[in-house]
Design a protein around this ligand. Structure first.
Ligand SMILES: [Zn+2]
Length: 303
């Protein structure tokens, strides 16, 4: 089979080059003032970042992309909407399945990332006929975490650098799969949600499948709760989901604190606007668009 390796050099460095880019001018000024040495530090940070991004970009030109309409029958950005009734039925099925097949999530993050990457690469290769190999490195920190406190992880679109911000237990395999989809060139959020989910469901690994189903259930509940944390937690209480899983869901949508209550929504609005600028529908692509797409393709397969 055709094989393409994107080096993702940035991901192997001890500090995210994007962070270096932002902090180097400040650090250099503190350490060296406006001296030639300070300018050398700045220039080095820029060349590391740009060099890594350029190499990846040049090689990625030969990557084959999944044709969603051809493979699934729908565009990820405009799947037909699901009814509330369909969502409720989906929730019921997911709860039943998750309760019956619970497996504890014990794999350390590094190992998990390698596993997720392998299954994602296999899954995409089935659809495109090309093995698109990328780095399986993940960071625990990037500066984006401070700017977008509500995010679970982030990917730098230019270097493919990925950070996972918080431990999310059973959700973690899907968070990693989502960010790795960005790394493999699927920049849109709906695409990353869908391909990450399908790759995990297809993996045959109970922990990975469980994570995909948890992600789907969480997003369904969030839509049914009209994106209100209190309503979400009320729904969660009525589900009868087993405790080990319920705890992980509860921490995903905490009630807003006094600071988060102002900053959180403000940054969410900014993020929503940024998504629209890049031709996406907005934050709804993560939940409504994602679940609409899955239900539409399953409706198609049944008929
Ligand atoms: Zn994303």
């Amino acid at each position: 089979m055709d094989r393409l390796r994107i080096p993702n050099i940035a991901t192997y460095l001890p500090i995210a080059p994007s962070d270096l880019l932002l902090t180097a001018p400040i650090a250099a000024r503190l350490l060296f003032g406006l001296s030639p040495a300070g300018r050398v530090v700045q220039a080095a940070a820029i060349s590391v970042y740009a060099g890594s991004a350029l190499v990846d970009w040049a090689i990625r030109a030969d990557a084959r992309r999944v044709d969603f309409e051809d493979a699934f029958g729908f565009d990820p950005l405009s799947p037909p909407p699901a009814s509330e009734e369909e969502r409720r039925q989906d929730v019921e099925r997911l709860v039943e399945r998750l309760n019956a097949n619970y497996v504890p999530m014990r794999t350390p993050r590094k190992e998990l990332a390698v596993q997720v990457d392998r299954h994602l690469t296999d899954f995409l290769a089935e659809l495109t006929g090309q093995r698109l190999e990328t780095s399986a490195q993940v960071r625990d920190f990037m500066l984006a975490q401070i700017v977008f406190p509500f995010a679970l992880g982030a990917a730098d679109p230019l270097t493919g650098d990925v950070a996972i911000f918080r431990s999310t237990g059973v959700f973690e395999p899907h968070v990693i799969a989502h960010e790795f989809c960005h790394r493999k060139g699927y920049m849109k959020e709906a695409e990353a949600q869908i391909l990450g989910y399908l790759a995990l469901v297809d993996s045959g690994e109970p922990v990975l499948e469980q994570s995909a189903h948890c992600e789907r259930l969480d997003r369904q509940l969030w839509v049914l709760a009209e994106r209100d944390a209190a309503a979400y937690n009320d729904l969660l209480d009525e589900l009868g989901l087993r405790d080990e899983l319920k705890d992980a869901f509860a921490v995903r949508h905490p009630a807003e604190g006094p600071v988060g209550g102002v900053v959180g929504p403000m940054m969410k609005n900014a993020y929503n606007a940024r998504m629209k600028l890049t031709g996406q529908n907005g934050l709804s692509d993560y939940d409504e668009g994602f679940t609409n797409f899955l239900l539409a393709t399953e409706r198609n397969a049944d008929s």
